[in-house]
Design a protein around this ligand. Structure first.
Ligand code: URA
Length: 196
């Protein structure tokens, strides 16, 4: 496979996708310059990403943009993608409620993610949250204890972990929210510096 367009054109990869994927509007692929030194990997597209066909453009994406700006990391310099390329949800009346992908779902999309990393060839991959970390490390790891550790992806690319912006949005207590956001900003800044 020689480029990202060719990879996308051949989606879905070798294995069939889970049944629920057919209910999504479209697959949401990564975005950013091939050759980006830093790659950010989230969980899966949300409701807005599913409609727009672009990663991290909903509430979590807007928070990510703010955190990147505070960290001095231009988003256009990074490649932003997700472990799972379709929105998994349950319908509740008119609302589509996010459902977390399970280990089987993550495994279905992993070959595509690995191929994407191989083509972008980042110096460092930052996992945003537990799903991305599991997809990249090839096993479930706690984000809390993995933070600050020098990990590697299954294919040997340097890997770091931080909290997912959606988890930050769920924090109700203002003080913890500010503290956790500051830690995430520090993680983004450190990852960018290490990748540069
Ligand atoms: N939007 C994304 O694109 N990915 C996530 O993980 C969450 C929201």
């Amino acid at each position: 496979m020689d480029d990202l367009d060719a990879l996308r054109a051949r989606f879905p990869p070798a294995r069939d996708l889970p049944d629920w994927a057919a209910r999504a509007t479209q697959p949401v692929f990564g975005e950013g310059p091939p050759g980006a030194a830093l790659m950010l990997v989230g969980e899966q597209p949300g409701d807005e990403e599913d409609r727009a066909g672009r990663p991290f453009v909903g509430p979590a994406g807007r928070l990510l943009d703010t955190l990147l700006e505070r960290a001095g990391v231009p988003r256009r310099d990074t490649y932003v993608t997700n472990a799972v390329k379709h929105f998994k949800f349950t319908q509740a009346g008119k609302r589509r409620l996010h459902q977390s992908p399970n280990a089987g779902d993550i495994a279905h999309y992993r070959p595509f993610l690995r191929a994407e990393i191989a083509l972008v060839a980042p110096r460092l991959v930052l996992a945003l949250g537990a799903t991305a970390l599991q997809a990249l490390a090839g096993k479930a790891l706690p984000v809390g204890r993995s933070r600050g550790m020098a990990l590697r992806t299954q294919d040997g690319v340097p890997l770091r972990a931080t909290m997912h912006p959606s988890a930050l949005l769920r924090l109700r207590d203002a003080e913890s929210r500010a503290e956790e956001q500051a830690r995430c900003v520090a993680d983004l800044r450190a990852a960018y510096a290490e990748a540069s």
